[in-house]
Design a protein around this ligand. Sequence first.
Ligand SMILES: [Zn+2]
Length: 321
Amino acid sequence: MENKKTRLIKILGIAVSIAAIVVGIVRFSIKTNKAKSNIDNARAEINRINEEREQLENVSDIAKRAKEDAQKENNTTEENKQNEENKSQEEDNNKSNKEDDKSSSTQERKATNKNVIVIDPGHQTRGNSSKEPIGPGASETKAKVTGGATGVSTGQTEYNLNLKVALKLRDALEEKGYTVIMTRTTNDVDMSNSERAKIANEAGAAAFIRIHANSVDSSSVKGVLTMCQTSSNPYNGDLASESYKLSKAVLDNFVDATGAVNKGVTRTDTMSGINWCTVPTTIVEMGFLSNPEEDELMATEEYQDKMVTGMVNGIIEYLND
Ligand SMILES: [Zn+2]
C-alpha cells in the first residue's frame, strides 16, 4: 500500500516535471521567433538605408563632376569665352522653338519615387558649344548647352528668368510636401543637358520639369507650349505616354492660371535633355521673349506666381492621376 502511494507520487512528480519542460520549450521558441522577426526588420531597414545612401552618392557624384567641369571651363581664355558666347547666341537665334538637349551614357530604368520632383532651369550664364550625343548610343551630337534667349523688350536673359521661376516652383512644391531637387540654383554653372537629365534619372524623379522661355523671329508669336518625346523615340519611347500626360496636365493648368495662348504639346525626339531621360519629363516653354508683351509679363512677380501656380496644379494633377 505504502509502495503504491510512493510510486504514484513519483509518477505525478515526473509528469509535473515533463509539463514544466514542455512549457519552457514553448516559451523559448516564442522568444526565438520574436528575435528572428526583429532581425528581419533590422535587415530590411539596413537595406533601405543602403539604397538611399547609394542614391545620394550618385547625385553628389554628378554634382561633383559638374563642379569640376565648371572649374575647367573657367580656365579657358577670355577670347575663347567671347567666341563661345557669340557662337551660342547665333545658335540660339537660329533655333527658335528648338531648345537644346543632350546627355551621355546608357541609363537603367529605376522605379520612380512618387514624392521626388527634379526641376531644371534651362541654360546658364555662358553656353558650352562642345558636343555630346543626342541620346544614349547616338552618333548624332549637339552642343552641350546653349546660352538661351533674351527678352526683346526688357533685355532679361532666359537663363535668369528660368532660374527665378524654377526657384519659385521649388518653394511652392516643397510647401505641398514634395521633395524637390534642382539641377542648378545659380546661373554660374556648366552643366550639359544630358548631365541635367541624369540628375533626374538618379533621383528616380516622378517628374522631371524643364523650365524654358521661347524665342522666334516673329515678334507677334506668343503663348505657352510644352514638349515631350514621341512613342517612337529610340531612346525612351516607352516613356512617351507618361511624358505626354505630364506635358498636357502642366500645359492645361498653366493656361488656366495665366490666360496665356495655348500652343499645345510639341512632340519631338531631337532634344538631348529629353532623350537621356529615364523618367517622365516635360519642357515648359513659358512664353515668348521675342514677343514684347509676353517678355514684359514674364518679368513681373505677379505673372511668375501665376505661371508657378499653373505648373504646380498640373504636376499634382499628373501625379494623382
Ligand atoms: Zn531655352
